[in-house]
Each structure stands twice: as structure tokens, then as C-alpha cells.
Write a protein that binds this ligand. Structure first.
Ligand code: PGA
Length: 258
């Protein structure tokens, strides 16, 4: 299985989101080997986009969720509200939220709890800064992020979650990470998750890569068994780019199936 997650960020309003969702559906139509496709519009477009994807295999994700369950939290959207809208996935702890909205590991941990207890599948983002990598600290940083955020979480066997490895310096910069570095980090994340959840092998998780993915660079990542998919920002807003990424995923799935 390969997963393509489209993170539209704060780039498109309701009308454009509906058009993009329709365009994404068209890209998938008639294909025999389909990646799991999750589109993440802004909160305001979730409801309309849900109508577009309702009878398709495309799933709906939110870009964030409140760390609280309900109450006097002006402007927040709870996990229960997202479930009510038919959202299945939620991006948690994206570096843009950590940096620009001061989300702490403690908050991100609470968001994970909210998501899991409301049957949303979290897409937890982790990744190092450029300076961390310069100082060879990338593994320590990612391990710390996972430990802080996941330490107190008790998984049920039915729980699913995704980790998105997104080096901060690769997001929106056009500088894509080296495949070998991504493979090493994915392996490290798997080892760390085993440490955190030694007895909970039955809970299933997958690890995707994100950061300046485009049509031209998607295939080498998708071809690797260790990489379960891609989290795509900028390129997911351009249907010709998304088409190439979906084609790359389909050809990998086809090759694995035959
Ligand atoms: P990008 O964004 O593909 O534009 O680098 C990825 C992300 O932020 O999830």
C-alpha cells in the first residue's frame, strides 16, 4: 500500500478546494492500481469537499485539531466535530504549527489523544531543523519528538496512525531530502516506535515522507518498501504535478502486485 496525502494548507478557499477535489478524483478515475489518497483542505472547505469525495475512495483529512475536547476555546475545532463531518485523518504537529503557532510537544500529545479517542487517524509530523542535521543531531531530535508526543499514549489494537517524516528545511523550499537519509530516518522511526510501544505490535502504523515532493522526484521515494507514501504540500495544488505523483504511486503498486 502506498499513501498520498495532499496538504493544501491555507492556499485555497471553498470553491477552489471543491474544484481541486474534483480534479483529484478525475486523476484517479479508471486506474486499476490506486494509492490510498487523503486530501486535507482547510476547515471551512471540509464539508463541501466531503460531498465531492463521498462515494469515492478518496479520504478526507484535516490539517490540525484542538488539543481540548470541548468548551470555551474560541476558534478551535474539536476531534469530535471533525468526525461528525466525515473526516478520517488529521495532520498533527506540522512544523508550521510548531513554529508559527507555538505548538508544544505537550499540546501535540493532547491532540494525539483527542484524535485517537475520536477514531481519527493521526498523521503525526516529525522532523529536524537544518542546524540539527548540521550537528548530526537529527536522529536524537526525531526520537525526542516521538517520545514526548507518544510516551503516555496507550494504543488499542484497532488504532492506526501515520508518521510523516518531514525535515523542516525541506518543507516548501524546493530542497528535497536525500533518499538515503530518508531511508535511514524511517528505519530509525520504526525502531523508536518499537521502543515506545514494545507490546503493541498489533496497532498498525505507516511512515510517509514529506518535503518538496514533486512529480519528478516522487518515484524514487515511492519505490522503496520502507517508505509508505508521501505528504505533498505545494505540488498537491497543481493537478499536473499531482498526476505525476499518482502515476508514480500506481506504477509502484502495479509492480508490487504482479
Ligand atoms: P511541500 O510541503 O510539499 O510544499 O514542501 C510539505 C508539507 O508541509 O507537508
Amino acid at each position: 500500500m502506498k499513501t498520498i496525502i495532499a496538504n493544501w494548507k491555507m492556499n485555497v478557499g471553498v470553491r477552489e478546494s471543491v474544484a481541486l477535489a474534483r480534479g483529484t478524483l478525475l486523476l484517479l478515475r479508471g486506474r486499476k492500481f490506486l494509492p490510498q489518497t487523503i486530501i486535507c483542505p482547510s476547515f471551512i472547505a471540509l464539508s463541501d469537499v466531503k460531498k465531492v469525495v463521498a462515494r469515492s475512495a478518496v479520504q478526507l483529512g484535516a490539517q490540525t485539531v484542538s488539543h481540548e475536547s470541548e468548551g470555551a476555546y474560541t476558534g478551535e475545532v474539536s476531534a469530535r466535530m471533525l468526525t461528525e463531518l466525515g473526516v478520517s485523518h488529521v495532520i498533527i504537529g506540522h512544523s508550521e504549527r510548531r513554529q508559527q503557532f507555538r505548538e508544544t510537544d505537550e499540546m501535540i500529545n493532547k491532540k494525539m489523544v483527542q484524535a485517537l479517542s475520536n477514531h481519527l487517524i493521526p498523521i503525526l509530523c516529525v522532523g529536524e531543523q537544518a542546524t540539527d542535521r548540521e550537528m548530526h543531531q537529527e536522529k536524537n531530535i526525531v526520537k525526542q519528538q516521538l517520545k514526548y508526543v507518544l510516551a503516555s499514549i496507550r494504543l488499542k489494537s484497532s488504532d492506526q496512525f501515520m508518521i510523516a517524516y518531514e525535515p523542516v528545511w525541506a518543507i516548501g523550499t524546493g530542497v528535497v531530502a536525500q533518499l538515503t537519509d530518508v531511508l535511514l530516518m524511517h528505519e530509525w522511526i520504526r525502531l523508536t516506535l518499537k521502543e515506545i510501544f514494545p507490546s503493541e505490535e498489533s496497532a498498525s502504523f505507516s511512515i510517509v515522507y514529506g518535503g518538496s515532493v514533486e512529480g519528478v522526484n516522487a518515484y524514487p521515494f515511492l519505490r522503496e518498501q520502507e517508505i509508505d507514501g508521501l505528504l505533498v504540500g505545494g505540488a498537491s495544488l497543481k493537478l499536473h504535478q499531482l498526476k505525476e505523483i499518482i502515476e508514480a504511486a500506481s506504477s509502484v503498486i502495479e509492480a508490487q502486485t504482479l
